[in-house]
Write a protein that binds this ligand. Sequence first.
Ligand code: 26V
Length: 829
Amino acid sequence: MKASTIFATLKTAAMSSSPTPIQAAFKTALQRELRGAVDPASREALMRAAAAACREQLAERWAATQAADAKRGVDAPVRRVHYLSMEFLMGRALGNAIAALGLDETLREAFAVQGQALPDVLERENDAALGNGGLGRLAACFLDSFAELGLPSFGYGLRYEYGMFAQGIQDGRQVERPDDWLRLGNAWEVPRADVRYAVGFGGRVEVDADGSRRWVPAETLVAQAYDFIVPAHHSERVSTLRQWHASAAAPIDFNAFCRGSYAQAAKHRVQADAINWVLYPDDSTDPGRELRLKQEALLVSASLQDLIARHLREFGSLHNLGKANAIHLNDTHPALAPAELMRLLLDEHGMVWDEAWAITRQAVSYTNHTLMPEALEKWPLYLFEALLPRHLEIIYEINHRFMEELKARFPGDEGLMSRVSLIEEDGGFGSGGERRVRMAHLAIVASHRVNGVAALHSELMVQTIFADYARIWPERFHNVTNGVTPRRWLQQANPALSSLIDSRIGKGWRKDLAELSKLKPLAEDAELGRQFRTVKRANKERLAALIRRELGIAVNPDSLFDVQIKRIHEYKRQLLNILHVVARYQAIVANPDANWVPRTVVIAGKAASAYQMAKSIIQLAHDVGRVVNSDPRVGDKLKLVFLPNYSVSLAETILPAAELSEQISTAGTEASGTGNMKFALNGALTIGTWDGANIEMAEAFGVENMFSFGLRTEAVAKIKSLGYDPRLYVEENRQLKAVIDAIASGEFSGGDTHRYRALVDKLLGHDSYLLMADFADYVATQLRVDALYQDPAAWNRRAILNVAGMGWFSSDRTIADYVERVWSVKSLS
Ligand code: 26V
């Protein structure tokens, strides 16, 4: 179609009802963008044009938001929040922007006239996948809620050019490729050429005649801001994710260039640029660790310089910085922040220690997202000293003062002092005996609040990893249970269910998710149950089509869709899921004519590139899938599919189609989980352990409405303390033994008995996550799932009760809790 025809149809669409000012402005912008496109009828051109037009609208709202926030007085009750995170898993943004601007229908009409469906156009956008998993997606949900709640705020992150990695599967194995997500440009970011800060590395600390200390870095980089804009849905607020891009202060070495040594001329440029490439460079090597530390330092330094500059613009003095600003650490990755803030206040702004420390403590707060000891960041001292010598001095001083305080409060308790010290002297877990800086300890000592992300996790946090600190400062520790944004995870991901809910209880749930409780009395309504099932069935067909397209596997949309999507990790127990598939397969083969409830098991998730066991689990899923899916005795009764390259947008297609949500971590290991919430919100029932937020969900919608199984935290601890022997469980359970034997004997690996030896040995030897102990209960519970599925009315009733009970799990509620307990001025007293 020619461009002029498109403009005509756009005009017609615009005139079909009298356009609102925003519709009119949008149409003009869209036309202007399309005029420059090579093929204005292509989905890609339409996507880019729509994004550019939305951006224009949002940029105005953004400016108004900033102007309003700048006028807040000294006595504003809520501080401006600076959410520092190495990860923001934003996904796609166009659908969200269109919904926020209320332009869905305008665009649907405009595109339909040209034979393009809105969802197909939206699919042309690449995901912004700048995160690993839960922690990064939580940060993205929070930005949405910041906007929605009108919270003065900045998200701060890094602008990774190649995300984490794109997962490919070759011969059943994960391969990692760079995720070139910016290749089509990014309409949502606004480069801020005028927002640039110098960030130093290396060098030495000089002492001036007056005793003051000054850091003379060996290398200076420039961090430039790119603002990613995030709109509210029920107001004109737009929140900001400010992402930093690093470059060398001098882009090329001109002399080297003139000599013809081009590689030499560009050396610094490439070194600086490496900071921008990927999230989590493999930190199993020294260069990898150095790069990661540089990324963290750049994020922290640029963000705090930005905060200080803004505060000085607004208030003219730094004395009230802590009262007006909250600096939140999303896990320990930005835990350098207190040291950098101290450095800036002391060295750059001439403040004295006590005042600088008081301000730092007021401003900083920290969320812990995992109890896994291997995930608690510790930096080798030699590396820290080489890159950040002045920060190390400051950390020593913080530690010295902290130790003095402890000597006074807990005299003679040397053990306590060495356990809580910011410096690990003797080398703990995985240290190889070297001294290290404990970032979690720095975060706790420098924060006025520390929180976990679900009730159980917060309890365990103070009983286990941070028990000493909870003894020292009990009042510092809190819980703030996670939540998810209902706009993305229900309204946009599941339009059909959203409309059905709207038709029964109105649209208010989008703004106040607690309104979902109005569905509770309707759970008995058989007609609603049937409509609910029709919606689910359509969503399942969509997923089935995707599975066929991606993998060439035909799955039966009438089968029970059983889904586990999340990072691949031993504690999350994807392996337990696969063991159940094998058990079911063997049972079907042994008794093919029994009344089997057909199942489609879907797994998706990425494994960290250096995590061999997780990669082996992915391979096993493929091996088992290949055998099961091609066995004519099985047919529709069982399928196992692994969908590659799990992402936010893939989750948006999978979740609405899911009927059973697998949340099967070993009790006490999953801090919260947020996928669990998205499933329930989309009407899937949960099969889950008594772990993380599963517990609070069960309490919210009724324990009887969840398939709860497995050992609970205390039982897990007890079994371990008594000397757990996984072999005993295998010997006693013929079904389990047959499953393990089949894997070990090469039944799924073409006779290769070596492929899963390490995996089987680990299960039989250590089984740290108690798969063997939980297997029998898990399999029995899966049979209860089958039984209920055979009674659709009863299943639908429970699913509706699940949705009705999810009101509390909105990230809007989570952010309101953070404001109340962590970020308000009130929380400082
Ligand atoms: C990272 C690593 C990296 C090294 C190997 C071991 C290991 C184990 C866990 C992690 C997780 C990093 C933090 C994280 O993403 N935590 C997730 O945060 C979510 C949001 O609070 C929460 O819902 C998930 O339960 C939690 O795993």
